[in-house]
Design a protein around this ligand. Structure first.
Ligand code: PRP
Ligand code: URA
Length: 213
């Protein structure tokens, strides 16, 4: 819950906090960084999947036939915002192995910080799927808002946004732009610096995941 908004969950699990602290450390190398991002995706994803629908089916145990719960309901789509969102996909696919994966390519203009689209490919029947839009960083909120705009324009309705670190500025903007979207945040940081980087943050998530720069 964030400012009384039940659509927003700021994770408080010590494992998530611990792993985010490891990401913040500038001495954490690419290999380890990537592995930790994947683990965090699983931990936040576990929380985000809490509301999955279940149905009862007959299962024959060694002793009797029992009514047992299994996952039911909508098919899922995972949509990373390129590039850095890719780092979260592997962890989420471990939780949802049958999910389809779409991609939205956005980069922030270095002067204006406005998101620029360069790619969008979504799974079929997107209107019938539970869609997990994922990006490690929610800074000004521009990229997340634009990505969710694109998905809604293409028919997406049931959307969850998942990030590792958010700035309050971006979180407030995302909530205002898309009040229907459920948001899961690993940690809410202090704010943005003059270059719209999250502080204390972890730097440029894409560069740290892919070892660029
Ligand atoms: C980063 C990050 C988000 C965006 C967040 O991507 O992964 O997509 O910035 O900033 P915002 O909330 O102010 O829009 P970046 O544009 O650096 O691209 P990259 O993932 O390709 O490195
Ligand atoms: N994008 C990043 O990768 N890091 C930030 O702190 C802000 C935007």
């Amino acid at each position: 819950m964030y400012n009384g908004n039940e659509n927003v969950m700021i994770c408080d699990h010590p494992l998530i906090k611990h792993k985010i602290s490891m990401l913040r450390n500038k001495n954490t190398g690419t290999n380890e960084f990537r592995a930790i991002v994947e683990e965090i995706a699983m931990l936040i994803g576990y929380e985000a999947l809490r509301d999955l629908e279940i149905k009862e089916v007959d299962v024959e145990t060694p002793l009797e036939v029992a009514k047992c719960p299994v996952i039911a309901g909508k098919k899922q789509a995972i949509v990373p915002i390129l590039r850095a969102g890719l780092g979260l996909v592997g962890g989420l696919l471990k939780l949802m192995p049958t999910a389809k994966v779409g991609h939205i390519g956005l980069y922030r203009d270095e002067e204006t910080f406005e998101p620029q689209e360069y790619y969008c490919k979504l799974p079929s029947a997107i209107d019938q799927r539970k869609i997990f839009v994922v990006d490690p960083m929610l800074a000004t909120g521009g990229s997340a808002i634009a990505a969710i705009d694109f998905i809604k324009q293409r028919g997406g309705k049931d959307i969850i946004f998942l990030c590792v670190i958010a700035a309050p500025e971006g979180l407030d903007k995302l909530i205002a732009a898309h009040p229907d979207v459920k948001i899961f945040v690993g940690n809410l940081d202090r704010g943005l610096n003059e270059k719209a980087y999250i502080v204390p943050g972890l730097g440029d998530a894409g560069d740290r995941i892919f070892g660029t720069k």
